[in-house]
Design a protein around this ligand. Structure first.
Ligand SMILES: [Ca+2]
Ligand SMILES: [Ca+2]
Length: 181
């Protein structure tokens, strides 16, 4: 496929501050779905560089593992590739987990994969989180969660376990590799 950048250059849409005497670490977050367009009547695709420059000193991440038994449970509806094994992240400690489309939906979600961050374990990484307290809940029924619908009753998305994690700016969590079990 042919790819062209119509504006001819890359530009950052937001400014940033470099602090004297301090290490600054930046990450380019490129939303491909926002950046690619297929113009009508023209060959190929256009790349509109919709980058977001993220100052990593202001954010943190959560990386942890999920106990094998939760991923192997008979109630799981994940496919052979493991799609449907997902962690849902909520603001605050001990938050009651609910599905996408519900009044208590998560701030973000992330896939759970073998080797995602730790060899041999079912692991997850959630990046670009504001510092603060979070609840990380695991479901193996993510494929049943319609983002536009609040599943209820027999259709309720079941969360098999959850853990609290506090994100520190520029780092990970105060608890090392939170385990959901
Ligand atoms: Ca839903
Ligand atoms: Ca629900």
């Amino acid at each position: 496929m042919e790819l062209a950048i119509p504006s001819g250059d890359l530009r950052f849409v937001s400014g940033f501050v470099v602090t004297a005497g301090q290490m600054n670490s930046f990450t380019l977050d490129w939303d491909v779905r926002k950046g690619l367009t297929d113009p009508v009547g023209q060959a190929g695709w256009f790349l509109t560089p919709a980058f977001r420059l993220i100052d990593m000193t202001l954010y943190g991440s959560i990386s942890g593992t999920v106990a094998d038994a939760l991923v192997m449970d008979a109630s799981c509806t994940s496919d052979a590739e493991g799609n449907g094994n997902v962690v849902y992240v909520y603001n605050g400690f001990n938050t009651v987990a609910d599905d996408l489309g519900s009044a208590g939906e998560p701030v973000t979600t992330a896939p759970v994969r073998v080797g995602e961050s730790m060899a041999g374990a079912y692991a997850y990484t959630v990046s670009f989180l504001d510092p603060g307290q979070y609840t990380v809940a695991f479901t193996c029924q993510g494929l049943d969660d319609d983002p536009a619908v609040d599943e209820m009753g027999v259709n309720q998305i079941v969360f098999a376990g959850q853990v609290n994690a506090e994100v520190v700016a520029g780092q990970g969590t105060t608890n090392d590799a939170p385990i959901i079990q």
